[in-house]
Design a protein around this ligand. Structure first.
Ligand code: PEP
Ligand code: MG
Length: 588
């Protein structure tokens, strides 16, 4: 088997080798490959086998529908069976394989799309609707041809590396945690959902590999090097040995870093910086505490709404937040209110498809229009606040009116609870995420309405540099060290401090070792990150003085490009924490 090396973006460190589990979604890459005359018969046999397999699948589903719903609904699947018997579709594909000498999945997908488009162009509504049947059943055939698994990660029986076009929040939420040892995807960037989840699960991940789903088969052995952004398909013995040695080395480094986990994030001259963790699922709390987190700086509650057909009840919310409050006490936990939209969708809300979801009806914009959903969550957070130290934070604030409306709703909820004599923490802090350029530019105005800010750099960078954070083609433009981004961060911190509120950061930038000294020097009060990153950041903070950090900020703000800035910061890091820099080699 041929060894193939692919370079992508390493988004979660570590090295591991294992077997491929190829996950299908709505989208996957179809490989195109020339075949020899001798391979034609084999190719046609594969096609016939996939058709038979698909027919069997559809027959089974039809039976299930007839039994569990009724015969009338089962008729819908008859349309799928008809597609599978469509002589034109089958014969045309076979003829083209013989004539064009290309692999069958490629030609079948072309013939299929052609047929679907013809149906789509018809005036008759019934015939038009058949385009969806053609595509739907066609995807099943392609899945069987490509040997892909159905989109279900919940019942894995052995350890696997998940290879997918992309992973949706519902995939990762349903996933069997112990069995998935790495993620590899075609698309994505450092701040896409897949990346954030991989770091939360502490497994290596490489994204933005473009067409890795077309290059691997189920069961292939691959190496995932999340530190250097490499994936090696079918490695030889020598490569495997080399990477195994690297895996051991990384483990030794991680163990050494453990000595920092229980120390404070304090500079040599005594300045404290709070180091907190980001949380996606409450089950992560033991690992978060084990890495020395001093609180939770961002609890992404949208995960709580996933993989269910209804909305969580107030009591379900309450139980989850009570659990977090109790487990984290005496530390605080910042609960971010529902941030749906962007790359996180909830099927039960049936929100419309949008051209620009990141610029659309998301986060606080959605909550303000659905006060019923918003109030349920706010009530539960307030009720749970008596069990520890909770704080509330609103996502994607873009102006003060929005912030006032959110606060007004919160005030109503507080009054309702008081009227019913339900206890809650009267001093609970409320903050705004600063993740839009408009919020950053009006931070002085917003600061009068809240107790704290948390800078969401994942979105702030995407919006200020006009770069889709999940589009791998422009990933190279995603620059946290861009002077525009650094100026914005500095002015947000200053605006907050002038108003005497504290300012934190919970975007992925907070976890990147090369930015730690700059963020410290800019005066951030708290950094919240994936827990794995905490010991490393503590180590850096403990190796500098606040004075040095401030001086470095002054200096880099005179530079013109992200590259120059990063270069200068690396030089500094090489002096104060050379071993951290060595670990970053190639990675970031
Ligand atoms: C951010 O935008 O930086 C952030 C922390 O929020 P999310 O990544 O969930 O959008
Ligand atoms: Mg955000």
């Amino acid at each position: 088997m041929e060894k193939i090396e692919l370079k992508g973006i390493g988004v979660s460190p570590g090295v591991i080798s294992g077997k491929v589990f190829l996950l299908t979604g709505e989208r996957f890459s179809i490989p195109k490959r020339e075949i020899s005359e001798g391979e034609v018969a084999e190719e046609l046999a594969r096609f016939e086998k996939a058709l038979a397999q698909t027919t069997e699948e559809v027959v089974q589903i039809r039976k299930k529908v007839a039994k569990e719903i009724d015969e009338e609904h089962a008729h819908i699947l008859d349309a799928h069976l008809l597609v599978l018997e469509d002589i034109l579709l089958i014969e045309e594909t076979m003829k083209r394989v013989e004539k064009e000498k290309l692999n069958v999945e490629y030609l079948f997908s072309r013939v299929l799309e052609n047929l679907a488009e013809k149906f789509e162009a018809m005036d008759d509504a019934y015939l038009k609707g058949r385009a969806a049947d053609v595509r739907d059943v066609g995807r099943r055939v392609l899945r069987n041809l490509l040997g892909r698994e159905h989109r279900d990660l919940s019942s894995l029986e052995e350890e696997v590396i998940v290879v997918a076009y992309d992973l949706s929040p519902s995939d990762t939420a349903a996933m069997h945690r112990e069995k998935v040892i790495a993620f590899v995807t075609d698309v994505g960037g450092k701040t896409s959902h897949t990346a954030i989840m991989a770091r939360a699960l502490e497994i290596p991940a490489v994204v933005a590999l473009r067409d890795v789903t077309a290059k691997v088969k189920r069961g292939d052995r691959i190496i995932v090097d999340g530190t250097n952004g490499m994936v090696i398909i079918n490695p030889d013995e020598e490569t495997l040995k080399k990477y195994e040695a690297e895996e051991d080395e990384l483990e030794v480094i991680e163990r050494k870093l453990e000595e920092f986990k229980d120390l404070a994030g304090q500079t040599l001259d005594g300045h404290r910086l709070e180091l907190a963790a980001n949380l996606e699922m409450p089950e992560e709390i033991p690992s978060i505490l084990a890495h020395g987190a001093e609180g939770i700086g961002l609890y992404r509650t949208e995960f709580f709404y996933l993989n269910r057909t209804d909305l969580p009840t107030e009591d379900e919310h309450y139980q989850a937040y009570k659990f977090v409050a109790e487990k984290m006490a005496p530390h605080s936990a910042i609960i971010r209110t529902l941030d749906l939209g962007g790359d996180k969708f909830l099927s039960q809300l049936q929100t419309p498809r949008e051209m620009n979801p990141f610029l659309g009806w998301r986060a606080i914009r959605f909550c303000l229009e659905r006060p019923d959903i918003f109030k349920t969550q706010l009530r539960a957070i307030l009720r749970a606040s008596v069990h520890g130290k909770l704080k509330i934070m609103y996502p994607l604030i873009s102006g003060v009116e929005e912030l006032r409306r959110a606060n007004q709703i919160l005030k109503e909820v507080r009054e309702e609870l008081r009227a019913k004599a339900v206890a809650f923490d009267e001093n609970l802090e409320v903050g705004a995420m600063i993740e839009t350029p408009s919020a950053a530019m009006t931070a002085d105005i917003l600061a009068r309405e809240v107790d704290f800010f948390s800078i969401g750099t994942n979105d702030l960078i995407q919006y200020s540099l006009a770069i889709d954070r999940v589009n791998e083609k422009i990933g190279y433009l995603y620059e946290p060290a861009h002077p525009a981004v650094l100026r914005l961060i500095k002015s947000i911190v200053e605006a907050g401090h002038r108003q005497r509120i504290w300012v934190g950061m919970c975007g992925e930038m907070a976890a990147e070792p090369i930015f730690a000294i700059i963020l410290l020097g800019m005066g951030l009060d708290e950094l919240s990150m994936s827990a794995v990153a905490i010991p490393k950041i503590k180590k850096i903070i403990r190796a500098v003085t606040m004075k040095e950090a401030r001086r470095l900020v002054k200096e880099i703000l005179t530079l013109s490009t992200a590259r120059e800035i990063e270069q200068r910061v690396r030089e500094k890091l090489a002096k104060v924490a050379p071993d951290v820099l060595t670990q970053l080699a190639g990675g970031q």
